[in-house]
Design a protein. Structure first.
Lengths: 290, 464
């Protein structure tokens, strides 16, 4: 009897994750559905002008999506080489001593709150980039992207490191025996073998960057327009929600539109998660095969 | 031969790049800490008035307005920016002076701008005048209304003979209002006689250009915890961040209280029971999806469900429930990993001794996995403490002091930084934002550092 009760207790605890996920989906989608109904899904997603305060208000989020994509691409351009490089170094080159320093450092970096990255970008990186390129404003897509890129380094590192260390030793030994040096072994054998893990890292890093709020809210410059260059001021989806939710009157179309953005974000991250899962299971399977 | 060299160089260059990437995290962490402390470290010091009597203090290039100088001795006087004339000062007026100056100043009965070069006054006494106004090239326009008596003094460029004594102090006034900050430097504007960088002189005698037995009130910088123990003051331009620390503490604590039991029990289900398989698969997908949901979406969810639907209003409770759901996947994953590494022999031994499955989990598996579970929980605490987006619409308030209550909004450290940086206007607020960031960073680094150290110890013990 008690055994049964305990089983149901832990079962219920595990089921809460399904309950919470459903609650998130229902709450976001039911609020967001209003804008899809009244404004039309394609007008909402592919509309190019976001003007909630105009009359009639326009809720096209394509510029916001473009902002998110630009910032995310910049962040991947920064975060991937750094993260994968770190992972390769830790897994292949570092001695135990170095590993003991590097791994905690990466973990500590992972723990730094995003708002501090935002602050750092606002006061140090932003002005620095602006003076380097002679920009009129310190807040733009590049600053946000670079800070985000540094922010996703830990996640990229940990996933690529898992993938790299699961590459069997025999492959390395075979490569070395054929006369390749360590560098060639890394670039032509180890990294290609860990490809699916690294793709997982890319996708997960993408999901993180798209969903991150505070850094882009503080750094991206916040103007809803199509980016013309890396240094354009953009307004990604997350920062639109964060910046406008406080001002929008409760129950208005504007709020529904913001929830609609939430729905789009949710779907994007859902996809990136699904892809991640797919590649992860592939890594697991190949590991077992060899 | 040549390709061999090229290969070797490529390898060396590649290794250098990888090493840079690997050490970048450390470089960046240090950069964070150093830059934040250099900009915001000032909030951890308080300025106290330190009374002291000194001799051998030389002044030069004093500008005195409406000063009363006894003992009519002639000396060179500079009136109005550059016109040097001979004259005598008596009772605050220039006597026998051949005054050549702007018409603007001539109308003043008392001396309006009197510069004394090479102050060679014999037994002259500077009587109570107010240094309402301190300037040097950097501190122009630090203006305060003149006293009702109409007397005020300009005092500038006073250098002390013992610079180590009087320089290098940033100064604070006795009252905040007398305090002006410009270009990152702070100056004192006080009611006393002579103010200079680092302190003030209350009343003194000048002898041959030397101030004798000067009672000094120095502003001394001392480390202080006032920033984390006091409430914001002066419209968020002064005081500390105590309510924000309290708010973050309460919310984080509540979040972990909600999430920890559920997370550990869920992990027990996933690792010890894992039945029925299809349900387990669905639950895993749900957990992984939850882990990937953007934090701002959690904020929207908290707003709809807790704030509006359950009518908890924007409050600590709503915020901590939202944060609890945010950290739940982290706790479940960490707890499951922890349970996974508990050796199977433990379970077999417990079952072999006749324990039921529940007893086995409760008395053997959980205690064995507890250190690792706690490590995960600690990391989750760090995450909850630093999140801003989920509490934006569910809990955060820019300014709210007083006792925290479950159903009231609260201040929080991460939101405080954001609000100061985006809504703040005064320069001082940036300094406070840095200070808040230092507190938050220290908090998070200590929390995560603890987790790392615990894990390291566990690993070491296991290897032995």
């Amino acid at each position: 009897m008690r055994e049964q009760a305990f089983f149901f207790l832990v079962l219920f605890a595990a089921l809460t994750s399904i309950i919470f996920l459903s609650a998130i989906i229902i709450s976001i989608f039911s609020e967001g559905a209003k804008i899809f109904q009244s404004y039309g899904i394609s007008d909402f997603v592919f509309g190019t002008s976001w003007h909630p305060d105009q009359n009639p208000a326009e809720y096209g989020i394509l510029t916001l999506i473009a902002g998110s994509v630009l910032v995310t691409l910049i962040s991947l351009a920064i975060g991937l080489p750094l993260g994968v490089g770190t992972a390769v170094y830790i897994a292949e080159l570092a001695g135990p001593r170095q590993r003991e320093i590097l791994k905690p450092a990466v973990e500590l970096l992972a723990g730094i709150p995003s708002v501090i990255f935002g602050l750092f970008g606002m006061v140090f990186l932003g002005p620095w980039i602006a003076s380097l390129f002679g920009l009129p404003t310190i807040l733009n897509a590049a600053v946000a992207g670079v800070m985000l890129g540094i922010m996703i380094v830990p996640i990229v590192t940990s996933i690529s490191e898992d993938a790299i260390s699961s590459v069997p030793k025999s492959l390395r030994e075979a490569s070395l025996a054929l006369g390749a040096n360590t560098w060639e072994t890394i670039t032509r054998v180890v990294v290609p073998s860990a490809k699916s893990g690294i793709i997982t890292a890319i996708v997960l890093g993408f999901g993180r960057s798209v969903g991150e709020t505070m850094v882009v809210l503080m750094l991206a410059g916040n103007s809803a327009q199509f980016p013309k260059s890396l240094f354009s001021s953009v307004r990604p989806m997350t920062s639109t929600i964060a910046a406008e939710m406080g001002e929008a009157p409760m129950g208005s179309t504007h709020v529904a539109a913001l929830f609609g953005i939430g729905v789009v974000l949710f779907i994007i991250t859902l996809f990136s998660n699904a892809i991640t899962e797919y590649f992860r299971t592939r890594v697991r399977k190949t590991k077992i095969k060899i | 031969m040549k390709t061999k060299q090229i290969r070797r160089y490529t390898q060396a260059a590649g290794f250098a790049v990888l090493r840079f990437a690997a050490y970048f995290s450390i470089i960046f962490l240090l950069l964070f800490i150093v830059l934040l402390f250099s900009k915001g470290g000032a909030v951890f010091f308080k300025y106290r008035i330190h009374e002291k009597t000194v001799t051998d203090l030389t002044v030069k290039n004093m500008v005195i307005n409406n000063a009363v100088v006894l003992n009519n001795t002639p000396y060179s006087i500079l009136i109005n920016e550059g016109t040097i004339i001979e004259g005598t000062v008596h009772q605050g007026s220039v006597i026998d002076a051949d005054i050549e100056e702007d018409e603007d100043y001539a109308e003043n009965t008392a001396i309006s701008r009197l510069t004394i070069h090479k102050l060679s006054v014999e037994r002259a006494r500077l009587l109570d005048y107010s240094a309402d106004f301190v300037f040097s090239s950097e501190y122009k326009n630090t203006w305060r209304e003149p006293d009702t008596s109409g007397s005020y003094a300009h005092i500038a460029d006073i250098t002390a003979v013992k610079p180590e004594l009087y320089r290098g102090f940033n100064y604070r006034p006795r009252e905040y209002r007398n305090f002006v900050q410009e270009n990152d430097k702070e100056i004192c504007i006080t009611h006393t006689n002579i103010a200079f960088e680092g302190g003030e002189i209350s009343y003194t005698t000048v002898y041959e250009g030397t101030l004798i037995d000067v009672p000094l009130s120095l502003c001394v910088k001392r480390p202080s915890l006032y920033f984390i123990t006091s409430v914001p003051q002066e419209g968020m331009t002064g005081g500390g961040i105590y309510p924000a620390i309290l708010g973050t503490g309460y919310m984080t604590l509540l979040a972990i209280l909600f999430a920890f039991p559920i997370g550990v029990l869920a992990a027990i289900f996933l690792n010890e029971y894992a039945y029925p398989p299809l349900l387990v698969k669905i639950i895993r997908i749900a957990i992984n999806t939850l882990a990937g949901v953007p934090s701002i979406v959690y904020g929207l969810f908290g707003m709809v469900v807790f704030v509006n639907y359950f009518n908890l209003s924007i409050s600590i409770l709503s915020g901590s429930l939202t944060l609890a759901i945010l950290i739940l996947p982290i706790i479940i994953n960490a707890a499951e990993e922890a349970l996974k590494v508990v050796p199977l022999e433990y379970r077999e031994a417990a079952l072999g001794l006749g324990a039921s499955k529940r007893q086995m989990i409760w008395t053997v598996v959980l205690p064995a996995g507890l250190p690792n579970i706690l490590t995960g929980a600690i990391i989750a605490v760090g995450r909850a403490a630093g999140e801003t987006a989920p509490i934006l619409f569910t809990a955060a308030a820019f300014y709210l002091i007083g006792n925290p209550s479950l159903l009231k909004p609260c201040m929080a450290l991460p939101y405080h930084i954001y609000a100061l940086m985006t809504e703040g206007t005064a320069d001082v607020q940036t300094t406070i934002a840095y200070g808040t960031a230092i507190v938050l960073l220290a908090l998070v680094l200590v929390i995560n550092g603890t987790a790392i150290i615990i894990r390291y110890r566990i690993r070491k013990k296991r290897n032995l």
